[in-house]
Design a protein around this ligand. Structure first.
Ligand SMILES: [Zn+2]
Length: 381
């Protein structure tokens, strides 16, 4: 079983939209009240907080479930406490939200009673909803342009990978080529790097303007830019992970490097590089790969990353000098020569139990931006 969040667009009627608006507003008010009380009493433990504010929240007009959700939100985590809750989202659980597959809508308990709100689904969402065993609840959110979304929390059945057979494919990740597979496919970042630098510079420029002219327009621009780079990166990672996993069959194994070590290997100086480096979230990419692979019945194995780019896949000779350049590998012992990233990917595959050298053909180079069009789902990480 696996839990997954699926974002769907809602198509409320104007009356329904007004009811959603009121529910979200009241929910935020409830959260802010709970937050105030929690601060006054210095008490953020959920149980204690419940006793302090539950009755207040109920008398404000929140349903029992929404009151519980509001307390959960305020009492949730240490260290990452909000100072104030904006009326932009509201959580529902299994009792206050249910999915109606027959007419592609969700039933929500709002301050105006039970509403049946139609959803606008794409093929991806339809497929995921079909596979879902159950819906555990969801989060209603309002986008910046006033659109309404529901982030459904789904429980999915995960296929058990067939044992035996299946190929092992190694994946090497880098800065220049985002991904190189031992099966011969290489994905270049294309414009990813330059676009991120562009977004970063633009953001820095607006940031400095904020100091002198703190107008509403500039603040808005700053907020908009803040999200843009993160969304761009998130989309890129999803696209790449999907492409890699879709190219494998159930029962195959994807071998990756144990990513915690990769950081030190590619350590770079300079603020731009450092920024890109830190925002290349290996751990996040790995968990993306793992969850997409699990849904497809593909195993993910992490291997020792040491010297994967220096070891000769033909004779095993390992030496720094084998790596002639960023792009070229040439064994000083046996003369074997190939694309350096592909050599690393092949070594990674072998460490995960692959036999043979994979497909020893020139890499096919793809651009990450061309892997597929923007998906209708917008991934949450
Ligand atoms: Zn060799």
């Amino acid at each position: 079983m696996q839990t997954l969040t699926l974002r769907c667009t809602l198509k409320p009627t104007p009356e329904q939209a007004a009811a959603l608006e009121e529910t979200v507003r009241l929910f935020a008010e409830g959260c802010n009240h709970a937050l105030r009380v929690a601060r006054e009493h210095g008490e953020f433990r959920r149980f204690k907080l419940h006793h302090l504010v539950y009755n207040d929240l109920r008398s404000m007009g929140l349903s029992a479930n929404l009151a519980v959700q509001a307390i959960a939100r305020v009492g949730r985590k240490k260290g990452s406490r909000a100072r104030f809750y904006q009326p932009t989202s509201c959580a529902f659980d299994q009792r206050t939200l249910s999915l109606r597959r027959e007419d592609e809508s969700v039933s929500l308990t709002t301050t105006a009673g039970r509403l049946i709100v139609p959803m606008k689904l794409g093929n991806y969402q339809r497929g995921m909803l079909k596979r879902a065993r159950s819906v555990q609840g969801g989060v209603l959110t309002r986008g910046p342009k006033g659109k309404w979304y529901i982030n459904l929390i789904l429980r999915l059945e995960v296929p058990t990978p067939p044992t035996g057979g299946g190929k092992v494919v190694g994946l090497d990740m880098g800065q220049r080529y985002m991904a190189t597979l031992s099966s011969g496919i290489q994905v270049s970042g294309g414009g990813v790097k330059s676009r991120r630098i562009h977004l970063r510079n633009k953001r820095a420029e607006v940031r400095s303007r904020l100091d002198t002219e703190r107008t509403r327009g500039v603040v808005r621009l700053w907020e908009r830019l803040t999200g843009r780079e993160a969304r761009f990166l998130s989309h890129t990672l999803h696209t790449l992970a999907k492409h890699i996993v879709d190219g494998l069959e159930p029962g195959d194994t994807l071998a990756i490097e144990d990513l915690t070590h990769l950081r030190s290997r590619t350590a770079k100086r300079g603020s731009v590089e450092r920024h890109l480096h830190h925002l290349w979230p290996y751990a996040r990419f790995r968990s993306l790969l793992e969850y997409k692979a699990a849904l497809r019945g593909v195993r993910v194995v992490a291997v020792d990353p040491r010297h994967t780019s220096q070891e000769c896949p033909r004779c095993g000779h390992t030496e720094r000098g084998n790596r002639r350049s960023q792009a070229l590998f040439r064994c000083t012992a046996c003369g074997f020569q190939h694309n350096a990233d592909w050599v690393a990917a092949t070594n990674i595959a072998r460490r995960a139990g692959s036999t043979g050298m994979g497909r020893c053909k020139p890499a096919r180079i793809l651009r990450v931006s061309s892997l597929h069009r923007l998906p209708s789902e917008s991934p949450r990480l």
